[in-house]
Design a protein around this ligand. Structure first.
Ligand code: PNW
Length: 501
């Protein structure tokens, strides 16, 4: 609706004579091409999904309960359409339909996640479930038989409920529990899986789950438990990385990274300090400890949170300290940076205290807001800002010595029309951003659309559609139907260029 409204406002009465679906985006969601119009031969194109969002079969073949099962069952009102992912796209039973779509797209890679509660139903090694292992073996084998590289995420929000009972990511025991689970995955799948993401978007489960009480486990300890969750996630990541390098790398020769989401920031007043603060409090929270030369949490976070904590009368910082040992284990603990990029913001220093006391927002002390001219998708947060992707890639190149970057997610959501020109404009302009960055020396090796198919969009339920393929949720066969964007993406993959629309 919003898009229509802005379109009509922009061109007034001419709207009646123009094909609305074709023109909506042309004037503000594109990016000028710079340099070589072709992606490098070895550039990898793919699509992404996650286990809870597509698999269904939530209580079959021994799978344990995850915190998302528990949350959606107990609190259906927390979802816009009171839905859950008990069935979703039913990929657990219908992987062959997903595979047919992957083959039709001709993707080079498929990024999916493993459900921890399928492998260890209680989260603990004592509950090992061979049927869960068999399922992912089948998926991986079929991908490889079809020349599609699997990129596997070990954790995409679906924590086994039993682990939550003793604190989940607020308990440091999560570090060893995660590493044990990761070893199980390396042992069973590492002969064929060569690209791993440990965690997906830690900020996106630590903040809504441990500070804002919107996601499970619905903890409302803002400014304390969210930082603890991030800290334990980071340590679990680094411990898994070091374990892989010492026990598996010699034989398996794979790469390990983490999928971090971030926006890029702009300033209307050229306030470089505010921009730097925006980057430190978002991407930098976990990228600085891993990829910077110095290691540790970003200086702006360390300083502010320490001084705010003392002012609040505490005896130490709410941001855990990375002491010498952990700092060194974490520094350099990734072979690539997985980047989930969706949108950007303008930023300025806040004129009054932000958020609750204490909180990430209060510590951050910045006001981040969209530009009025940016086109918005269905969710309130998603504006099309392709230049933000080009700029964040250059930021990573310049800040961290040009590490390998795989764009692990990028996508657009709408009401689900099959004629999805908006999505085509969004992915084309963002692939242009990636190509411009490659042409400017950034070590970007892959691009991944979120998502292959429509799926359970967390609190938005099924009201927001992100798929290149529509899923007929009402039909027993859950048919997958290509949208116009799927056909466009296939052309990109075939030609390694960005054909005009
Ligand atoms: C990602 N942002 O979350 C998640 O990895 C997916 O599971 C999810 O379905 C997808 O994006 C779409 O929401 C994000 O505000 C949520 O910039 C919010 C943002 C970015 C990513």
């Amino acid at each position: 609706m919003w898009l229509f409204a802005s379109f009509f406002a922009a061109i007034g009465i001419l709207a009646t004579t123009i094909n609305v679906t074709e023109a909506k985006f042309d004037y503000h969601c594109n990016l000028t091409a710079k340099g070589n119009p072709k992606f490098p031969d070895n550039f990898s194109f793919g699509v992404s999904t996650s286990a809870y969002q597509i698999e269904g079969a939530w209580n079959e073949d021994g799978r344990g309960e995850s915190i998302w099962d528990e949350f959606t069952h107990k609190f259906p009102d927390m979802m816009d359409d009171r839905s859950n992912a008990d069935v979703a796209a039913d990929s657990y039973h219908r992987f062959d339909q997903d595979l047919a779509a992957l083959k039709e797209l001709k993707v080079n890679h498929y990024r999916f996640s493993i459900a921890w509660p399928r492998i260890y139903p209680t989260g603990d090694i004592s509950s090992k479930n061979q049927k869960g292992i068999d399922y992912y073996n089948k998926v991986i084998d079929k991908l490889i038989a079809n020349g599609i590289t699997p990129i596997v995420t070990l954790f995409h929000y679906d924590l086994p409920s039993e682990i939550q009972k003793f604190g989940g990511f607020a308990n440091p025991l999560i570090i060893n529990m995660f590493v044990t689970y990761a070893i199980e995955c390396f042992e069973n799948f590492g002969d064929r899986v060569k690209i791993w993401n440990t965690f997906n978007e830690p900020i996106d489960y630590c903040k809504p789950g441990y500070a804002d009480a919107n996601y499970p486990p619905q903890i409302n300890a803002h400014g304390v438990a969210d930082y603890l969750c991030m800290d334990h996630t980071l340590k679990a990541h680094a411990a898994a990385y070091r374990t892989y390098r010492s026990r598996f790398y010699e034989k398996q020769r794979g790469k390990i990274g983490m999928a971090l989401n971030s926006r890029f920031f702009y300033s209307h007043t050229n306030d470089q300090e505010a921009i730097s603060r925006g980057m430190q409090f978002n991407l930098g929270f976990l990228s600085h400890p891993i990829f910077s030369k110095t290691g540790g949490y970003p200086p702006a976070m360390v300083e502010t949170i320490h001084s705010n904590s003392l002012k609040e009368g505490r005896i130490s910082s709410r941001l855990p300290r990375l002491d010498g040992k952990w700092k060194e284990i974490i520094k350099g603990s990734a072979d690539f940076l997985g980047l989930n990029y969706y949108t950007s913001r303008y930023i300025k220093r806040a004129s009054e205290p932000m958020g609750e006391n204490p909180s990430w927002d209060r510590d951050y002390d910045c006001d981040a807001y969209p530009d009025e001219t940016w086109v918005r998708g269905k969710p309130f947060w998603l504006y099309c800002v392709p230049e933000g992707l080009e700029d964040i890639l250059k930021y990573i190149r310049d800040q961290y010595g040009n590490p390998e970057v795989i764009i692990t997610e990028n996508g657009w959501s709408d009401d689900g029309d099959l004629e999805d020109d908006d999505r085509i404009h969004f992915i084309k302009s963002h692939m242009q951003a990636a190509l411009n960055a490659v042409n400017d020396g950034c070590n970007v090796t892959g691009y991944t659309v979120w998502s292959l198919i429509d799926n359970f969009e967390w609190q938005r339920g099924y009201t927001n559609k992100f798929g290149l393929y529509a899923v007929n949720l009402n039909s027993p066969n859950k048919e997958r139907t290509p949208r116009k964007s799927a056909k466009y993406y296939r052309k990109v993959i075939e030609t390694k260029t960005l054909p005009s629309i």
